[in-house]
Design a protein around this ligand. Structure first.
Ligand SMILES: Cc1ncc(COP(=O)(O)O)c(C=O)c1O
Length: 1018
């Protein structure tokens, strides 16, 4: 199965294809004669040999390989020998001997071999590569390599064109044929680096027989498990530097990756596990992988010169043209450090030495600010994504406002110095020129000292001026100085300290190479706007390798490269000496998870399984995690008017500062809110009760119905959820009929979920058909002489799978229930307050007026609150002498939260927004049903939508794994959605009401991309 189509090197064979090809019946006959295998034959794409797929009657599959006539027998024998040698790994095809016991059979003068077919699809055709898969590839290549150490064959000691050891020669020969001058220059630069830095090391590298071509079409994978199942093709085997095998695998993996370095590092990690790499090999790997890609580009140029009209060649070079500039932007030493990190080594080899020396010397350093920070009171200044010192509104983080907040914090602590920020994930860096889709830089890798402007800075240790500049661009460093230092003693090594946001006069008279004695004043703290337009502080950064920049080393880096950067830029407190307790403290995610495991019930579930999110901030329709990465919240309908809406926050905060008490006092906040709420409901619904949750509200609704009717029995919908209390579990089939459930008690009667999609058009009028089913339950109750207290249903069943009730259903049911003496309860906990876009309350869409409406979740934008609103008559029946009191229900602050949430909903016309954005979502999601077999249904209204995934469009077999996969992938790309429905196969889109049209487009795009990546998709 050599070089199937799609491989960028698919035309690279030296041999080319020649000789007559066998017909498929002839191939079958050959297989039967030589191997006694009776099988049907199918053509396989191949470049050098003729490969035929054979499928025997018993279902066994083989590949019959008819060698290219130009192939030497010795080489084929060597390939057979290596296959036999590698068979125990289980990673390579099994060689089948002829009936006479030969590894190679003859068909006339032609050499024939038969090999088994390994399971899996090629890495090159997989839609989705995780780093776990890439790591497994590294492991597999390492395992093969380990086996190959005990193998040799004279045929592989050859001067082979594709041997990476020949990269310089191949590139030198064909580079002049590369027509794209930018590409040619880039290749020349890679080759020059290789010649200068890697070629001199090569004579000492380990050598052996290598596979030589672990390209993505020679690697088989189990896409669903994201693991490697096999490695094919022994046609490029050669005696070479053994590191080349992993370099080649890395090169092809990098080609298809959004982050080529991270992808390559994953291969290194896996390889190092099974076959440890040496330090010189790790140093050379990046250049070697780049050289492999450069070789491909050069050989393709040669072939283009030979076959100028071959479009395929041009197209297949696209990934190279995309990836080489990305690789060229990476400093090779940064790549080396990244690969060391992947192997579990300290990324910068000399960093531990620098850190140990600094730790040892700490008592001898001069204080940077002229006062000993070990004894000066320092206030921790936390500017992380979750800190209240930072506003979610970027315009509120001006230098003046930050200065003011920091000054206030210093005053509270009785300190004149503030400190913090090393390894801190910050939101405040939204670089406008950062390309979208790339990981934003959020991790601050220096330490900030907040000091008065003009404060003198003293060199903590002897050094010389290495570089300085005024990095004057907005939000750059402003005046910045880098000092160079050296550790003392044997193995002395250079390192640097960088100081940014200085005063302009700090640079006056400075010259590169100027010695700066320990304790000497060398700079002063700057202020806005000349300090880069930041708050007043000095940014202090230690650097173990400047990566060839004179000064202005990045002070903010990507979270995914955090460990490498922490080695490049160790904690500046090593030269400052601030007491640990005076620095902000971030609790690592792992510690939170451990504490949660220890102290929180196991079934209080966390989303995203083994890789949960630590969310530290919410603003508008966005959530931010502890790496300051932003997510579109397409899931949470509680933050109705947007997370932390400033008007709600202010109103509640102000109220909490004045009074927050209970309903035992007259409070205008309560009555005003009750008036506003009831004004939006039908006139009959005029009496409110406030609770602290939706569950409490539903409990109360049941009590009201019972008080009014004197009956106990209720009818519920299958798959319904009404809350977590004992009684509500009884009326929630979603819970009592699910795992851990004990079924329904005798007073609860279930009616079918009116799921029109799953009814598959069986009923001409589904509304009346499903209502009749409720009628049957009522009739059954009557027959059993049981009395009905009420019917409770969500107006749009949510955990039921984002169901839209069929037309006419609710009116029909309400009529039947009322005729039987029951009360009609609408659970609007999910859908109230304009979510459907078309109506403010979902029941309005069904032309009914419930007797009791239950509200919750979005009602107070996250402040605990629920409400029950009913008729005067029902309220009077309930007022039977027993007091109703809910400690927190209707508290002053809760009423203020509810009132402001309502006001913002109306002021910002969020119902209209839900309609517009919902239509945009539906217009993007509905076409997915045409594109993807698995998308069975797209339904909903406004910002209450569901995408149902099914394995089979006819049987409607649910696809819960697919839904989980899609939701997980969406999270990876910054969109939070959920799964629900009785079969957990419905993707739920139900975010805050201010979701924008652009967010909607991103949600659709992300969902579609995830569907495209689904393993085994049709
Ligand atoms: C329809 C419905 N009713 C009631 C509740 C219970 O609300 P709470 O969690 O506030 O008690 C929920 C919660 O998910 C719900 O979805």
């Amino acid at each position: 199965m050599t070089r199937s189509t799609g491989n960028i090197d698919s035309a690279h064979s030296q041999l080319g294809r020649s000789g007559a090809r066998l017909s498929l019946p002839e191939a079958s006959a050959v297989a039967e004669r030589l191997y006694h295998v009776r099988a049907l034959a199918f053509d396989l794409p191949s470049e050098r040999d003729q490969n035929v797929l054979l499928e025997s009657e018993s279902g066994e599959r083989f590949v019959l390989k008819l060698a290219n006539p130009a192939e030497r027998r010795e080489v084929l024998e060597a390939e057979c020998a290596v296959m036999l040698h590698l068979e125990p790994t289980g990673l390579t095809p099994r060689l089948i001997r002829t009936v006479e016991g030969s590894a190679i059979g003859m068909h006339g003068p032609q050499f024939v071999r038969l090999i088994s077919v390994l399971p899996g699809t090629t890495l090159g055709t997989a839609r989705f590569h995780t780093n776990a898969l890439r790591q497994d590839l590294g492991r597999a290549v390492g395992r093969l390599g380990r086996e190959l150490t005990s193998f040799d064959h004279p045929a592989f000691h050859r001067d082979f064109h594709w041997d990476l050891a020949n990269a310089e020669r191949v590139i030198g020969t064909y580079l002049p044929l590369v027509a794209d001058t930018a590409l040619a220059q880039r290749i020349a630069a890679f080759a020059a680096y290789h010649r200068a830095h890697v070629v001199p090391m090569l004579p000492d590298f380990r050598r052996g027989v290598i596979h030589g071509d672990a390209n993505d079409y020679n690697v088989l994978i189990d896409e669903a498990r994201q693991s490697v199942t096999g490695i094919l093709d022994f046609g490029d085997m050669v005696y070479s530097h053994i590191v080349n095998d992993v370099a080649i695998a890395m090169a092809y993996v990098a080609l298809s990756a959004a982050d080529p370095l991270a992808a390559a590092a994953a291969v290194v990690a896996g390889h190092h596990e099974t076959r440890p790499l040496t330090e010189p090999e790790l140093q050379a790997l990046f250049s070697l992988m780049c050289m492999r890609l450069c070789m491909s580009a050069c050989v393709a140029a040669k072939q283009t010169a030979e076959r100028p009209g071959d479009d395929y060649l041009r197209i297949s070079q696209g990934p190279l043209a995309r990836t080489l500039p990305m690789l060229a932007a990476i400093h090779p030493r940064f790549a080396h450090y990244t690969f060391r990190d992947a192997c579990g080594l300290p990324p910068v080899p000399h960093a531990p030495r620098v850190m140990a020396w600094l730790a040892e010397q700490s008592a001898r350093f001069a204080p940077l600010i002229g006062r000993d920070l070990r004894t000066t009171p320092v206030a921790p200044i936390d500017l992380s994504a979750g800190s209240a010192l930072v506003s979610s509104e970027p315009s509120e983080n001006t230098p003046a406002e930050l200065d003011l907040r920091i000054q206030r914090r210093l005053a509270e602590r009785g300190a004149t110095v503030g400190a913090g920020g090393y390894d801190e994930a910050r939101l405040i860096y939204a670089w406008p020129n950062e390309p979208t889709g790339t990981e934003p830089r959020t991790i601050h890798i220096g330490l900030d000292l907040s000091l008065a402007p003009g404060s003198p800075l003293h060199a903590p240790l002897d050094g010389v001026v290495h570089g300085f500049e005024n990095a004057a661009a907005h939000h750059d460093y402003g005046p910045v100085i880098v000092l160079r230092h050296r550790t003392e003693g044997p193995d002395s090594v250079e390192f640097y300290s960088q100081y940014g946001h200085l005063s302009c006069d700090s640079l006056e008279g400075l010259r590169v190479g100027q010695p700066i004695a320990k304790g000497a004043v060398f700079a002063r703290v700057g202020s806005a706007p000349s300090n880069g337009d930041w708050w007043t502080h000095v940014h202090v950064q230690l650097v173990t390798d400047l990566l060839d920049v004179a000064c202005n080393v990045d002070g903010v880096v990507r979270a995914s490269q955090r460990r490498v950067w922490k080695s490049l830029c160790p904690d500046p407190n090593l030269i400052l000496g601030i007491r640990m307790e005076e620095l902000p403290h971030q609790v690592p995610k792992s510690a939170i998870a451990a504490a949660r495991h220890a102290h929180v019930g196991g079934n209080v579930r966390v989303s995203y399984g083994a890789n949960p999110l630590n969310i530290v901030r919410g603003y508008k329709q966005y959530l931010y995690d502890d790496a300051a990465h932003r997510f579109i919240d397409a899931y949470n309908n509680v933050a109705h008017v947007g997370h932390c809406h400033p008007r709600v926050v202010r109103a509640v905060g102000d109220q909490l500062a004045v009074l927050n008490t209970n309903t035992r006092y007259l409070q205008e906040q309560l009555t005003e809110y009750a008036e506003q709420l009831t004004a939006l409901l039908p006139a009959s619904l005029s009496v409110c009760y406030f609770t602290a949750s939706g569950s409490e509200a539903n409990e109360l609704a049941l009590r009201l119905a019972r008080a009014r009717t004197g009956a106990r029995d209720v009818i519920v919908m299958d798959s319904a959820y009404h809350g977590h209390t004992t009684t509500l579990i009884d009326i929630s089939p979603y819970k009592h009929a699910g795992p851990g459930g004990e079924g329904a008690p005798d007073w609860v009667h279930r009616s079918p979920l009116p799921d029109v999609y799953r009814a598959r058009g069986a009923h001409a009028d589904p509304g009346s058909w499903f209502a009749s089913r409720v009628g049957e339950v009522i009739a059954d109750l009557a027959a059993k002489r049981r009395r009905l207290s009420g019917y409770i249903a969500e107006t749009c069943p949510s955990v039921g799978g984002q169901i839209m009730l069929p037309k006419g259903f609710l009116a029909d049911v309400y009529a039947r229930v009322r005729a039987a003496g029951g009360i009609c309860i609408a659970d609007e906990v999910q859908t109230g307050f304009g979510r459907l876009g078309t109506h403010f309350w979902a029941f309005e869409a069904h032309d009914v007026t419930p007797d009791i409406v239950v509200l919750g979740k979005p009602i107070a934008n996250g402040y605990p609150m629920g409400a029950v609103i009913t008729t005067r008559a029902i309220a009077e029946s309930f007022d039977n002498g027993m007091e109703f009191f809910s400690t927190f229900g209707g508290s002053t602050a809760a009423c203020v939260a509810g009132r402001m949430t309502l006001q913002v909903t109306l002021d910002e016309e969020l119902q209209r927004n839900a309609l517009l954005v919902g239509e945009r979502l539906l217009s993007g999601l509905k076409p997915l049903m045409g594109e993807f077999e698995i998308v069975g249904d797209v339904r909903g209204s406004g910002l209450f939508l569901g995408v149902e995934l099914v394995r089979d469009r006819h049987t409607l077999e649910p696809a819960p794994d697919g839904a989980t996969f899609v939701v997980d992938r969406m999270r990876q790309r910054g969109v939070l959605a959920g799964t629900d429905g009785p079969y957990h196969n419905v993707i739920k889109i139900r975010g805050p009401m201010p979701l924008s049209l652009a967010d909607a487009d991103q949600v659709v795009d992300t969902l579609a991309r995830a569907l495209r990546e689904l393993p085994g998709r049709r």
